[in-house]
Design a binder for this molecule. Structure first.
Ligand code: AGP
Length: 616
């Protein structure tokens, strides 16, 4: 997704803008640009297609562009192909208004037609140019100030936006506006910073403001003022970011993905500790930070989980775990389907939206659909202050910290903890889990971080195995029950970072078609953590082996009989089988990572992918 940055202060803006944009590269982009103004001089706009380093070269790392007030942008194309012409910043023809935008203006065509009727011309194919010229139009037509011009624009446009705009008549000021797309603002040392996400400004300040939906802000050197749509000033509290700047860097690892795989023990432990408190030596669940009381939970008779990608895969795991522990019916759906299918939402339904970024358009829309239909909603979200975190009735804040790699690992693992905790909390509230069972489950959950660490220690052996399959063409992941849910994530991890085709299959389904694809040497990964289903899946593995498959097994210590069938096995520490995903997923993450590395691919920024899909 696009990234925006802004700066106004005493320092030269361009180098700060370029550095901020570099911290947002993970969001995915195809072009970039900055606009910097020196005093009341006209802004200098420099844009470049391709990687950020091309823009840096064009500006001599920013040294060639003078001025202490500026905005910047990395563009992930939504309207108009990736090109310098379509890159942001976009400007009114007289440079009266210059701006950058993250989001989508859905009614941009009708607005463009309106502006053309009023004499405007357009040089790009972007919706952003329309938005910028609409601001210019209102500014001139009504002879109003920036806040009023932007407010009129906000009322008129449909869609999502995080806007940063400079006005010719207002040197040393940047105006911001937000609806649905993320934006953070920080003030420190007489200077003011803004960005689409915390890493863009974290090296400058940990104290940040989250601008609210349909709010605006005026940034001056060392100060920021917030306004609502009526143009009235609104007060904002500061949020202290607990992450440090290094946390958003690679910390000595070759890639963010492997760094984040290694961070899983810590962030899983942090997330567990956020809801499991030791009381008189016994672990007890404390959902007060989530906002859900036992009474609230006892009132829910159905759960619907909706999410996208890996977050959806967590939902599939959660369905098995919650239903098995609580006998409360759970339905799980991809958000892009849920939002359009006119869903049946029975009374007393809790809709759970899982999202690392909290900005995924389909997941946010699903949340709004659920709320519009009167359902209570729980967001399981990683990014503090994100749209889903702010709009859900209840929020389970996962503590994965900044996840930079496009392929999620640590956020996924913390979402699993949220799912397990919800199941236990629900079972407790419904009175279907005994105190002893709850204590047993929570105690076992607290052992997961160390067990994850133990699995990560096997990375060298897994790297050796993975390098043998760098040229694989098709890889199949098979499992039953929760193991099938684990396969979904293992398969996606491989696909998204290694570009190898892969499918996850409920092992019992193989015979209904897919087995025809098995050829000599085809890699089939069998996941067998559920003891009741172990023999069944072994049979399926024997079936594919007899057709030439090369078998990798992921199973628990003690199931040594698998070595009669599998060519390579990773044994995971024993745990309560409801929690097995947290362990079995580790070797699958490592397999995806190491195959990608052995292919020399851009592990952290895979082609065509973005970290947060904030457009449909
Ligand atoms: C997972 O590795 C992918 N990056 C992708 O499937 C991701 O999980 C999905 O886009 C959902 O993102 P979210 O959790 O931020 O909503």
């Amino acid at each position: 997704m696009c990234g925006i940055v802004g700066f106004v202060g005493k320092s030269q803006a361009a180098p700060i803008l370029l550095d901020g944009l570099s911290k947002l590269e993970y969001r995915g982009y195809d072009s970039a640009g900055i606009a910097v103004r020196d005093g009341d001089a006209e802004p200098v706009v420099v844009k470049a297609k391709g990687r950020l380093k091309i823009l840096a070269e064009k500006t001599n790392d920013g040294a060639a562009v003078k001025g202490t007030c500026g905005i910047g942008h990395t563009r992930w194309a939504t309207h108009g192909e990736p090109s310098e012409n379509n890159a942001h910043p976009h400007c009114s023809d007289d440079m009266n208004v210059v701006g950058v935008h993250n989001g989508i203006i859905e009614n941009y065509q009708e607005l463009k037609d309106k502006l053309i009727r009023h004499g405007y011309t357009f040089y790009s194919q972007t919706d952003t140019e329309v938005a910028i010229k609409l601001i210019d139009y209102y500014y001139k037509k009504y002879q109003v100030g920036p806040i009023d011009a932007i407010a009129k624009t906000m009322v008129r446009v449909r869609g999502s936006y995080a806007l940063a705009v400079m006005f010719k008549d207002y040197p040393g000021e940047i105006y911001a506006a937000r609806k649905d797309s993320p934006m953070v603002i920080g003030v420190t040392g007489g200077e003011t910073f803004m960005g689409s996400d915390v890493p863009a400004i974290l090296k400058h300040t940990k104290d940040i403001y989250y601008i609210g939906n349909l709010e605006m802000a005026r940034l001056r050197a060392g100060e920021v003022t917030f306004f609502n749509l009526d143009g009235d000033e609104v007060q904002k509290d500061i949020t202290e970011i607990k992450w440090d700047a290094d946390a958003a860097e690679k910390g000595g690892f070759e890639h963010f993905m492997i760094k984040e795989i290694h961070e899983q023990p810590k962030v899983v432990r942090d997330t567990i500790n956020s809801v499991v408190k030791d009381v008189n030596g016994k672990p007890e669940l404390d959902f007060s930070s989530v906002g859900l009381t036992d009474e609230d939970l006892a009132g829910f008779d159905n759960i619907i989980i909706t999410a996208c990608g890996s977050a959806y895969h967590v939902g599939v795991v959660a369905q098995y775990v919650i239903e098995d522990l609580t006998r409360v019916p759970v339905r799980v759906e991809v958000a892009s389907e849920f939002r359009y299918r006119n869903p049946i939402l029975p009374p007393n339904t809790l809709v759970v939206i899982i999202s690392q970024s909290g900005e995924t358009a389909d997941s946010l829309a699903a949340l709004r659909e659920a709320r519009n239909r009167g359902c209570k909603t729980l967001g399981i979200v990683n990014v503090v202050g994100s749209s889903i975190a702010r709009e859900a009735d209840y929020v389970f804040q996962t503590l994965a910290g900044p996840e930079i790699a496009v392929a999620t690992t640590k956020a996924y693992s913390t979402q699993l903890i949220a799912a397990y905790s919800l199941a236990i909390a629900l079972g407790k509230a419904k009175g279907v889990l005994s105190e002893e069972k709850i204590t047993e489950l929570l105690t076992e959950m607290q052992t997961l971080p160390d067990k994850i660490s133990k699995l990560i220690e096997e990375k060298d052996r897994i790297q050796w195995f993975s390098s043998k399959f760098a040229n694989a063409k098709d890889v199949f992941y098979i499992g039953r029950g929760i193991d099938y849910a684990i396969c979904l994530e293992g398969s996606l991890k491989l696909k998204e970072v290694s570009y190898i085709h892969s499918e996850a299959y409920a092992a019992g389904e193989l015979k209904h078609g897919t087995i025809s694809l098995i050829e000599d040497g085809t890699l089939v990964v069998g996941v067998l953590t559920q003891s009741q289903l172990f023999e069944k899946t072994i049979s399926n593995m024997v079936e594919v082996k007899s057709r030439g498959a090369y078998l990798c097994g992921i199973t628990s210590y003690g199931n040594y009989s698998i070595e009669d069938t599998a060519d390579f096995t990773v044994f995971i520490p024993k745990t309560d089988e409801h929690f097995a995903t947290s362990l079995a997923v580790i070797p699958l993450q490592l397999i995806g990572y190491y195959i990608s590395v052995s292919k020399g691919l851009d592990v952290d920024k895979p082609r065509n992918l973005a970290k947060s899909v904030t457009v449909e």
